[in-house]
Each structure stands twice: as structure tokens, then as C-alpha cells.
Write a protein that binds this ligand. Sequence first.
Ligand SMILES: C[S@@+](CC[C@H](N)C(=O)[O-])C[C@H]1O[C@@H](n2cnc3c(N)ncnc32)[C@H](O)[C@@H]1O
Length: 212
Amino acid sequence: MHYFAECRQFYRQFREQYHTTGSILPSSRALARAMTRPMRRASGPRRILEVGPGTGAVTAAIVRQLRPGDEFDIVEINADFVAILGQRFSQEPDFRKKRAQTRILHAPLQEAPGEHCYDFMISGLPLNNFSLELVDDIYQSYARLLKPTGTLTSFEYVWIRALKLPFARGSERERLVKLTHYLEGKIRQYQIGEEIVMLNVPPAVARHLRFG
Ligand SMILES: C[S@@+](CC[C@H](N)C(=O)[O-])C[C@H]1O[C@@H](n2cnc3c(N)ncnc32)[C@H](O)[C@@H]1O
């Protein structure tokens, strides 16, 4: 898909579904490369889950890395994004070649089936938009689906919570304070690596976590 067409589609969803879309633009190629670094280093057949692919900016990097024997599942909550991805898998050569290895599930992550079955999970979920209860449900789903030896990679915009906090009031401030405490705890406990990506709008940090 042409980059500007992708941005247009993404921006439309940002306006219509702000809460779940969470950003104005899709991830850059540099961020997509950082998100797929752990899976690139692994040998042998891999089971991969992408969570919240949006228009497929990171999906494009994943399909290029897929090898015979790999299995690739995608879970996306937004029906319009699911339709865009379906089109990419039927029209774009890089995507089409990997269609037989790929399954797209139109559902929230929390409904994705399986237990400890993925070697790599690559998540674009905008956790900073969500309530603490929802973020906790999402972390429980991550831990349920990831193998103990598996790696979860997610991203957030650099300093996003620290930048929002001084402007937040009332219940929004309370939400951000609790979320910061919760997410920083998870990072301290489980993070095995991070990569700051300046070539993204806005700059982002890709975080690699392991629960085992
Ligand atoms: C910030 S966008 C990231 C899109 C893409 N991964 C990228 O980096 O350009 C967040 C994506 O997560 C999806 N999403 C939000 N909540 C979800 C959930 N509970 N389960 C699955 N997908 C979800 C949104 O619809 C959207 O596609």
C-alpha cells in the first residue's frame, strides 16, 4: 500500500475510533524493524501473534521475515482495519506469498484462543489510552498466550505518560498515575531490552519483555 494512502486510512480510524486506535499515524519502517528484531534473530519454526496491526505497517515487516514452517496469527478489534488487511493479503505480493501461513482474527486480544502457544507476540496496543482494569486484562492475555521462553514486543511513545501528566486533571490524572505505576512495575519485572526509535512520529520506544 502506498504510504500516504496508508496514513489517510489510519487517520480516518483515529478520528472515528480514537480510543482503540490511539495514534494519528501508522508506525514507521524504523519502528517496525525494531518491533521485529527478536523474531528475526530466532531460528527454527516460529509461532507469531501480532496484536492490533492497524493498516499493517508492522505486519509488512513481519511477512517479509516469515519462513516456511512459521505460523502467523493476527488479532484486530476494528472491522475496518481487518478489511484493509484482508485486501493487503489478497493484493500485495509480499503479503500474498504468506497468506497460507496467516490467520486473521477479528476480535479483541482478550478473546484470542490458546495458552502459552506463541514464541513472539508483537503488540501495537495503545495501553496509555486504556483504563487500568483493561490494561490488566490485556497483560493477563499476554501472559496466557506467550510461551515462557517467548518474547513480547510492544511500543509506546517516548515520555508520553510524563508529558501528559502535568496537563491531566481529576479522574484522568488518577488514571494516568495508576497506569504509570502499573506499567513501570511490569517494565521493571519483565523487560529484557528496549530500543528508542527517533525515526517515528512521534519518537517511540520498543520494549521487549519475557514472562518466564
Ligand atoms: C496504535 S494502533 C497500532 C497500529 C499498528 N500496529 C502500527 O504500529 O501502525 C493500535 C491498534 O490496536 C488495535 N486494538 C486496540 N485495542 C485492541 C484489542 N483489545 N485487541 C486487538 N486490537 C486492538 C486498534 O484497532 C489499532 O489497530
